[in-house]
Design a protein around this ligand. Structure first.
Ligand code: NAP
Ligand code: MG
Length: 491
């Protein structure tokens, strides 16, 4: 038997323990060699005749070829969605509910397969895609199935009228879950959809198309056009779009808002964030440390609401920093298909470069870096969990969204200073407060300019709970009753 390797970090903490063996997930992902566009209920070849490769950030191996949709393909998708809109919007809510319910059940049936595909294509740890992304995606369809026949009760005395064809563009950090956030409320309210997944993570959307076929969803109700930014731009600018729903970067969000000005199209934007996670000296510290770790390292930090700016009360700053360093040594970075992995692969080379650049800026601007010793896989895109202490508010790492496993630690003395520092950002998507005092939680949550404020927890999501931002984090809400209102007009 080959000698087992000893993990130096574990050895340091717990003495001379043996390293765990790898425990790779073995369920098959059933990824086709090539995917066409999903238009009018069928997979079709792109009119561009072009395909692009989808690779796995886990090891840079090619997974599949994905059709590149041009303007004519996007137009075909919109025509199909416009034709499907009439019968779909007239269908009684209870009938639409049955389709949504069926979709949710089919996704549950194939949960393992979708989790593996999501991890292979996007790089997130299998334990997250298995326990979070796929179950939450199904939960969104279940939740909206419940609403479809109760739309008259959303706003009593008023009726929700669907908008028409919705153009949707989603990012690469939660590919299947963002798809569910977008499609489920649109269908529940009687709209039809043209959706573009992100270039690096189209596979689960295309696999999801087969679920729509199995559910017997009428052709054209949901269409998928794949490609990069140019395809996204064709989706946004198509004249048949009644509304655009976008999740992604603030820069692209602003460009979309400019492009739609004066067109009469509705728009919701879910953009970036730079959330403050605020820890007071009366907080349960070990619990807070777990919340900080989850807040920044969940999904490699590729999370718009990540707790990327830690604000710690000065009297406990040293204690928290040393507890965080100890905890960081126990995080396992590496193969996302391994069930023991905490931090998987960075989604793309481009994103890895962006993280590296911002970390280099943090060092050159004078912040103090800490990274635990860890061996990263040779192939693929990986970045170790990273802490920066001695961060000041003007540092780029305190202002810009890094979208990676990098935490910036700042301190405060009074609650007023915490609020001022937390709100000192262009963004306003989420925040966290850790304290023993209920009254302080209530006061902080009214003063923090953030769409979601978590108290003594972080990164908790539920389909019933609306999610969305202030300021440059965008506008409109997803989830809950509020999310439905963004897909309808009130009569
Ligand atoms: P992005 O460019 O905004 O991508 C989001 C989606 O928009 C993707 O489907 C993208 O296509 C598409 N897109 C790109 N240019 C477009 C255009 N001109 N018109 C319409 N659609 C367009 O974001 P990114 O470049 O992937 O990531 C950059 C940064 O954005 C990250 O570092 C992070 O800070 C932030 N981000 C935020 C979120 C969030 O959840 N709020 C998610 C992802 C990224 P392709 O990807 O196929 O090019
Ligand atoms: Mg990929």
């Amino acid at each position: 038997m080959p000698a087992k390797k000893i993990n130096p970090a574990r050895e340091l903490l717990f003495g001379n323990l043996w390293e765990y063996d790898p425990a790779p997930e073995s369920a098959p992902a059933f990824i086709d060699n090539r995917y066409g566009l999903f238009i009018n209920g069928k997979f079709v070849a792109p009119k561009t005749k072009k395909y692009f490769d989808s690779i796995s950030p886990r090891n840079e191996e090619k997974l599949s070829e994905i059709a590149l949709a041009g303007a004519a393909d996007v137009d075909a998708a919109y025509q199909a969605a416009a034709t499907a809109f009439k019968p779909w919007s007239k269908l009684p809510g209870i009938e639409r509910a049955k389709y949504l319910f069926r979709i949710a059940r089919l996704l549950q049936d194939r949960a393992r397969e979708f989790a593996v595909a999501e991890t292979l294509d996007g790089g997130k740890p299998i334990k997250e895609s298995r326990d979070f992304d796929v179950p939450m995606a199904a939960a969104h369809f279940f939740y909206h199935a419940g609403w479809a026949d109760k739309l008259d009760h959303v706003t009593p005395g008023r009726t929700l009228v669907p908008l028409g064809v919705i153009g949707q563009v989603i990012p690469w950090n939660f590919p299947l879950l963002m798809l569910a956030w977008k499609i489920a409320p649109a269908l529940a309210t009687g709209n039809t959809v043209v959706l573009k997944p992100a270039e690096t993570t189209s596979i689960t959307a295309l696999k999801f198309a087969s679920i729509l076929q199995d559910a017997g969803l009428p052709p054209g109700v949901v269409n998928f056009v794949t490609g990069a930014g140019e395809t996204g731009s064709a989706v946004v600018n198509h004249p048949l779009a009644a509304k655009i729903a976008f999740t992604g970067s603030t820069a692209v969000g602003k460009a979309i808002q400019r492009a739609l000005a004066g067109t009469g199209k509705r728009l919701t934007l879910e953009l970036g964030g730079k959330a403050a996670n605020i820890v007071f000296d009366d907080a349960p510290l070990d619990q807070a440390v777990e919340g900080i770790i989850n807040g920044i390292f969940f999904n490699q930090g590729h999370v718009c609401c990540a707790g990327s700016r830690l604000l710690v009360q000065e009297s406990i700053a040293e204690t928290i920093l040393s507890k965080l360093k100890i905890r960081l040594k126990t995080l396992r970075t590496g193969d996302p298909l391994d069930k023991n992995t905490d931090i998987g692969a960075i989604n793309s080379k481009a994103q890895l470069t962006r993280i590296q650049d911002l970390v280099a800026a943090g060092i050159s601007e004078g912040a103090e870096i800490y990274q635990p010793a860890c061996t990263l896989p040779k192939n693929g895109f990986y970045f170790p969990p990273t802490l920066f202490s001695n961060v000041s508010q003007s540092h780029r790492i305190a202002r810009e969204e890094i979208f990676g496993p990098v935490l910036s630690i700042l301190t405060f003395r009074t609650p007023e200073e915490a609020v001022e520092k937390a709100n000192n950002t262009h963004y306003g998507l989420s925040a966290g407060v850790w304290t023993d005092k209920g009254s302080r939680i209530l006061k902080m949550s009214t003063e923090l300019k953030a769409g979601v404020v978590w108290a003594n927890t972080f990164n908790k999501f539920d389909p019933t709970s609306p999610f969305g931002g202030y300021k440059e984090s965008g506008f409109g809400r997803e989830g809950g009753k509020q999310g439905l209102l963004d897909y309808a007009t009130l009569h």
